[in-house]
Design a protein around this ligand. Structure first.
Ligand code: IMP
Ligand code: MG
Length: 417
């Protein structure tokens, strides 16, 4: 009864979507377990590009079941657009999409509330994607959220929605035009929820049915481990859990069927939004990586901060996720550099450390210590063995260069890059 979990090992945008789509070839189900419309990846099918934020990327394969777990948050208007974009291009998802009735919905007012709370933060902004993710999770833990399954009791649903509309109008200083717009958005929200509700399902039960047939489930994480609210660079994090352990809680199965945890690691590092980033290159090299890798947010279009690969961070992420393998992506972006650097340690208060500090205050003080390597002109299998010199974790046993080589090889051979 195998489950393969795919997670990002950095600050998101490591290329999980591509890998999940690739793995989905052998899977019966792809189940997204975290986040909401803050995530985003582009999938290409038959020359057509689809920008997906909420739908599991495996759904573009016509024989795959797509699931969305209870710990995800959902903007019904956004997901409806995605459903229509797939269906409009001949990819029917009827009977193949199962959304947990327990997902919490993003009321249109939450986006306004989020922007206001971001502008109130005296201590610095988080740089949210503005998709209302934070306020949706806040309502969940305040225990007055709107869940997808609430729509099946229309009277109660309308009451809940009205409560949140009124609450926002009272909290925000909205102009009459803004209030009008909000009411129009709320109408769309209600209609979209009704339409999407036909996909509401017991995801835990559906997964157990797939697993009882010994078929493969891919559990797809969102964002990256350093954006996890527990293990990431808090407070500069998202609100959905980004680490592998969250797959079980969100999708409703125990850890026993998990046979693989695949960590996706980009050959360099990027970060959107604020917060510490030891290997950041705020210079021409960073700009060159950004241009070569087209490092602009799928959801917001913001330029991503770019930097060298951080092996200390990678070793930490591999540990907290219990990675059984790591896939290194986007190596081709680094082609043509005379010299490449990999961070193998940090200098903290004059001392050399080779571990990732628990506290974000300490992380902020860490200066990267690099190993320098000569680059390559273009990436080819002949050049590839030079990668075996890459000592990612300076001696820690959590993963060796060898364990990285195998998945990188697989990715190269599959032409994913
Ligand atoms: P939020 O999830 O929109 O509240 O954003 C919180 C933080 O997570 C911000 O720094 C965002 O830039 C970051 N973030 C959220 N989703 C993604 C993503 O898919 N890729 C990269 N960063 C993200
Ligand atoms: Mg992304």
């Amino acid at each position: 009864m195998p489950v393969s979990i795919v997670v990002g090992l950095q600050w998101g945008d490591e290329g999980k979507g591509k890998m999940v789509d690739h793995l989905a070839e052998n899977a019966v189900a792809v189940a997204r377990f975290s986040g909401g419309a803050n995530a985003g990846h582009t999938v290409e099918v038959d020359g057509k590009r689809f920008a997906l934020h909420l739908l599991p990327s495996g759904l573009v394969r016509k024989d795959v079941i797509g699931m969305i777990g209870s710990a995800c948050v959902m903007d019904p208007v956004t997901i409806l657009e995605e459903i229509r974009s797939l269906e409009g291009n001949g990819i029917s998802i009827e009977g193949r999409l199962k959304i947990s009735g327990k997902v919490n919905l993003t009321h249109p007012a939450y986006r306004c509330l989020e922007m206001q709370s971001e502008s109130d933060l005296a201590s610095g902004k988080i740089g949210t994607t503005g998709r209302g993710i934070g306020p949706t999770y806040v309502r969940k833990y305040k225990r007055n959220a709107i869940r997808l399954e609430d729509v099946f009791d229309m009277e109660n649903f309308t009451k809940l929605v009205d409560f949140h509309t009124l609450d926002a109008v009272n909290t925000l200083n909205l102009s009459s035009t803004q209030v009008e717009t909000l009411h129009a958005d709320v109408k769309n929200f209600i209609e979209a929820t009704k339409e999407v509700s036909r996909f509401s399902a017991d995801v835990s039960l559906s997964i157990s049915e797939v697993l009882s047939k010994d078929a493969l489930v891919i559990a797809e994480g969102a964002q990256g481990s350093l954006l996890d609210p527990d293990h990431g660079s808090y407070p500069f994090v998202t609100c959905g859990q980004c680490v592998s352990g969250a797959a079980c809680t969100s999708l409703g199965f125990g850890p026993a069927p998990v046979t693989e945890v695949i960590g996706i690691l980009k050959a360099y590092t990027t970060r959107v939004g604020a917060g510490p980033f030891p290997t950041e290159l705020d210079n021409q090299i960073g700009q060159r990586i950004r241009k070569a890798g087209n490092e602009f947010g799928t959801t917001t279009g913001r330029p991503r901060r770019c930097g060298w690969l951080d092996g200390v961070l990678a070793a930490y992420s591999a540990r907290i996720n219990g990675c059984t393998s790591i896939t290194l992506t986007l190596l081709d972006v680094l082609s043509g550099f005379d010299e490449l650097k990999i961070c193998t340690g940090y200098e903290l208060d004059g001392k050399l450390i080779d571990y990732f500090p628990e506290s974000v205050t300490l992380l902020d003080k860490c200066k990267p210590v690099y190993e320098e390597l000569s680059g390559w002109l273009s990436l080819s299998m002949q050049k590839y063995p030079s990668l075996s010199n890459w000592n990612l974790n300076s001696g820690s046993a959590s993963f060796s260069a060898g364990s990285i080589l195998h998945p990188v090889n697989t990715v190269l051979e599959s032409g994913l890059m």
